[in-house]
Design a protein around this ligand. Structure first.
Ligand SMILES: [Zn+2]
Length: 339
């Protein structure tokens, strides 16, 4: 009798394991792939790159927001539910950036899988910034912390802490990567201070289409004087456009900026009417170039934006020459970026 019970139990366990393997694509039911690596799921590619720098070869990492997609209105495909269900760690910016993905994660994740909300953990509500596309009346602060490299480092520290807690056997590896990433960010911050100081003081004003510079600007002595994109991510009204043209003329801004993920004819029109240069290839919510490019990293995003922006405002980006934008670890990355 006891033998029969054991056989039934073994058969049931085998069936459950087979079912888990079938729906998890080789993922076991403990949030790890078959070789033991923690399965980590992220949203936007700048965050994926920060996590990649710390997790390196020792995690299996998957971003879910494709390049070129508006992350603020992104709705995950139904198939993403199984990706989230198999994750051992889910890393999200938070501050209301990815609400549909967060809801899907909460309702599909394994009971003990942590959802790490980086933006909510990195700063306190007193440090939240409300501005053009993120007015206080709507209650959701500007979620773009990562264009500020020191806040990107805080994100990396939070990721490191979580990886060490979930995967203590690889703690020394994650420590080494965090140390290397910290050194790279400190180097970059110094270059950013040097390069931004070359912009004439009167030109240290940003007018962008997408409102992603709120946390970067104060550290480097810039002010964000406007963002074109309305809070519901629709097109701006005619009166908004007229007001922006007047503002650019009054403030004599030499250039206005769009980003690759938010192409805008409206901003081009505004720039033309106001007599400013129009630069449309900054990177904010996704990484520059394609995944095959060397600079398709978080560090590449930070450096390349300066190389585009500062000369257009009358400064020099020479301080970034020789800056290493590659990931800080060697070996085959465990990251997958959706196209
Ligand atoms: Zn954004």
């Amino acid at each position: 009798m006891r033998t029969i019970f054991m056989l039934v139990a073994v058969a049931a366990f085998a069936a459950a394991s087979a079912a888990a393997a079938a729906c998890g694509g080789g993922t076991s039911d403990d949030g790890r792939v078959d070789d033991g690596r923690l399965r980590v799921v992220t949203t936007v590619s700048p965050i994926t790159s920060i996590v990649e720098n710390i997790g390196g070869t020792r995690i299996r990492l998957r971003g879910i927001v494709p390049e070129g997609v508006n992350s603020h209105t992104f709705e995950p495909a139904p198939s993403t539910a199984s990706t989230l269900a198999n994750a051992g760690l889910i890393v999200i910016n938070g501050l209301s950036l990815e609400e549909p993905t967060l809801e899907m994660a909460e309702s599909n994740k394994r009971t003990d899988t942590v959802i790490l909300l980086l933006g909510d953990r990195a700063i306190t509500p007193e440090e939240w910034k409300f501005d053009f596309s993120f007015p206080e009346a709507n209650g959701n602060p500007n979620p773009h912390l990562w264009p500020n490299p020191l806040l990107g480092l805080t994100y990396a520290e939070l990721v490191h802490e979580q990886l060490v807690a979930l995967d203590p056997g690889n703690a020394a590896y994650y420590d080494t990567n965090l140390q290397a990433f910290t050194a790279r960010i400190q180097d970059l911050d110094g270059r950013m201070k040097e390069a931004t100081a070359t912009v004439p003081e009167a030109n240290r004003k940003l007018l962008t289409y997408h409102d992603s510079w709120a946390y970067w600007a104060p550290r480097y002595g810039f002010s964000v004087i406007g963002a074109v994109q309305p809070s519901d991510f629709s097109q701006p009204s005619v009166s908004d456009v007229v007001g922006l043209i007047d503002q650019i003329r009054d403030e004599q801004v030499p250039a206005v900026f769009g980003s690759e993920v938010f192409p805008s004819d409206v901003l081009e029109t505004i720039a033309d009417e106001a007599g400013a240069a129009f630069i449309d290839d900054l990177s904010d919510d996704d990484l520059p170039g394609s995944p095959r490019d060397a600079g398709h990293t978080y560090l590449g995003l930070l450096a390349r934006n300066m190389q585009i922006m500062l000369p257009a405002l009358g400064g020099s980006a020479a301080a970034f020459e020789g800056f290493d934008t590659s990931v800080v670890f060697s070996g085959e990355s465990g990251a997958a970026y959706p196209q």
